[in-house]
Write a protein that binds this ligand. Sequence first.
Ligand SMILES: *Cc1c(COP(=O)(O)O)cnc(C)c1O
Length: 409
Amino acid sequence: MTQRTRPWGYQEPFDGKKPNWDLHPDTLAIRAGLSRSGFGETGEALYLSSGFTYDSAEQAESAFKEESAHHLYSRFSNPTVSMFEERMAALEGAEACFATATGMSAMFSSVACLVKAGDRVVASMAMFSSCYVVLTEILPSWGVEIVLVEGNDKKQWAQALSVPTKVVFIESPSNPMMEIVDIRMVSDLAHKVGATVVVDNVMGTPVLQKPLELGADVVMYSATKHIDGQGRVLGGAILGSRDYIKNSVIPFTRHTGQSMSAFNAWVMLKSLETVTMRVERMASNALKIAEFLAGHKKIEMVSYPFLKSDKNYKLAKKQMRGGGTTIGFKIKGDKDKAFKFMNALRVIDISNNLGDSKSLITHPSSTTHRRLGFEVQAQMGITPNLVRLSVGLENIDDLIADLKQALGK
Ligand SMILES: *Cc1c(COP(=O)(O)O)cnc(C)c1O
């Protein structure tokens, strides 16, 4: 049995026999990282153990000196979590991965481990509200300068990235408006001024978008969303080069304690086995629903990047394999009309989560993005008549029937 102990130790995705051809990501999502115990179990083992023991004091010393591979303590690494990290790295095409307790701990750690007082961070304006709070309130209170730009404005990016910058943070597509940032263009500009490009790929998903292939340096996920995707556990992941994970992320997280629990990693491992299937189906359902909504007389606008009429269609087609699983759309009228529509739905649930196998509808202005206030909301295109639909795995005819009857009221 191979001991997989270090998140940066990713080398060999298989125990024992290794195929002599490059495996497809769909296969890696099911098999990479598997490290069987001596029992030869089919399913991944769940190692619920906070600590680990040593044969001798000498072995403990050598493990702490990192001269031998041995798990020390589950805040640093755990066999089940390591399997999840290796599977994620293989699926993403990254050298290494560090799994975190939540998506926000992944977002926070991926940026915070790189910056100190006096450093500069540039980010696209449209983003998940907790990410916005980290970047515009928490980091600035520690002396980090933050510059926000309009995500699709090349001039603003060029100007913001004309001086030395430590980190560029992009959320593309953005939550909830599905704004698209040109990851290649921004990465090229960022690298010229020495910045590390971090992409929040939650809405892109590991299935539909590969930021590292587009020039980004780091990808982070809320694994709570499509990776678990069945409404059960929280989690996150940071992916990048071995050097970044080993020398920037781990020294930070090791002492501040963002680690994923072994139980959650075990749930996520099983979820990864179906992530490709689920996301592809959700995205194909989403495109059909976006087309239905775009043609409906009670809808003011629909934002879904794979809709031919979408302003980001060309760019989205260039950098994504599918338009995502979430649609932002505005009901003609005010907040009242939006609430009436949501309350009339019979299959689709009202919830603030997304990326779930159950279709979920959200009113961002009063819930997920409430914290930002109306002014910042407006800058992000979030109005009181906007709703966000996370499209699930239900039969497409039932979903469209549900939307149709609710819009009819
Ligand atoms: C949900 C979400 C997060 C935060 O993830 P949690 O697992 O809830 O902490 C970060 N970014 C985006 C785009 C999200 O949708």
